[in-house]
Design a binder for this molecule. Sequence first.
Ligand code: ADP
Length: 359
Amino acid sequence: MAYITLKNINKIYPNGYHAVHDFNIEIEKGEFIVFVGPSGCGKSTTLRMIAGLEDISNGDFLINGNRANELGPREREVAMVFQSYALYPQMTVFDNIAFGLTLQGVDEEVIEQRVKKTAAILGLTDYLDRLPRALSGGQRQRVAIGRAIIRKVGIFLMDEPLSNLDAKQRVTMRSEIAQIHKETGATTIYVTHDQTEAMTLADRIVVMKDGYVQQIGTPYELYFNPVNVFVAGFIGEPPMNFIRGTVKDGKIHFGENVLDLNAMPGTDLKSYEGKEIIFGFRPEGIELGKHDNAYHVSAQVELTEMLGDNTNVYITTGEDKAILKVDPHDTPELDETIEFSIPFEHVYLFDAETESRVK
Ligand code: ADP
C-alpha cells in the first residue's frame, strides 16, 4: 500500500479560484518527490493541503490507506521547511533546533542527544552556541531543516527552501539536502520552480501547469519521454527547440530546409496531412556535420555563448530560430553557415492543436 495517496484532490479558494484540479499520486515511503512548474501553478497550494495548512476542497488524502483530510497538521506527522527560515533570532542554534522538542516537554538529556545527532548530520556541530545572525544564509537554512528533521516525522515538506540563497549556496545546499535525505530516508515532498533542482533531487517529479498535473515520472522519463510540449520545454536547459510547420506531402519546412517526416522509421503521419505539427529537438540532441539516419539542416550562426563545458550556438534559417549545444572546440564563427544533423531518435513530434506528443 502507498504511504501517501492523493486521489482527485482539488482546491477551490473561498474567492472561487480553482487552484488545483484532480491531483492524483501515490507516494511510497522514503521517496523524494518534487513538484515543479512555473509560479502560480498550484505547487504550494497542494503542499499546504498535504501539510494540513489549507483545507482540501474535494478528493481524498490518505496516509497509510486511512483518510486524513480532516486531521490537523500535528496529527499528520509532517514537518515543513519554508522559504523564509523563520528562526528565533534571540535563541542559539541549539535552542532553535531543540524548540519543538522542548515544547513537547521531551526529557532534556534526550533533547541534547537528538540535537547533537541532528547537528552532526547537518554539519552544525561547531555552531550550536551561535545566534542566527552570526550564520551564513546556507547555515541558517540548515538550522531550519534541523528543526524539522529532529521531530522524526514521517513526511518532510519543503517549499522552495533554497530561494533565499545565492546561486553558489543553492548548489551546495542542494547536494546537502540530497545527502540528508539519504541519511534520514524521510519521505520528502519538495516544491520548486527550478527544473535543475527538480532533476537533481527527485526520485519522481510532478510537473504542474495552471493547476493541472502534466506528467509524473522519474527525471529520466520526463527528459526522454515528455508527454507534451509543456513538459518537453520545461525540462532541459536550454529548452527544447520547437519548429511549427504545416505537413504537406509528409514534409515540413525548417527555415530553408525541408524535413521529410516519413523518413523517420515508425512514423505514420497521414492523418496530419494539411495540419500543423510541432517538430521538437533538444539543443544537445544534434551532431555537427552530415550523419546517417538524421535530418540534415543548414543554418546561419547568429550568436555563440562559450560556457566552458559547451557552447550554445543560436542559429537562424529563414524565419526559424533554434539553439544548439556544441563542444566548445567546435564553436563556429558568427555569420558562418553550418550544417548539422538531428538524428531521428532525437526528434519529438507534437500535435500543434493539443500539444500532445505524437507517437
Ligand atoms: P505556486 O506555489 O505554484 O507558485 P500557489 O499554489 O501559491 O502557486 O498558487 C496557485 C494559484 O492560487 C495562484 O494563481 C494564486 O494566486 C492562487 N492563490 C493562492 N492562494 C490563494 C488564496 N488564499 N485565495 C485565492 N487564490 C489564491
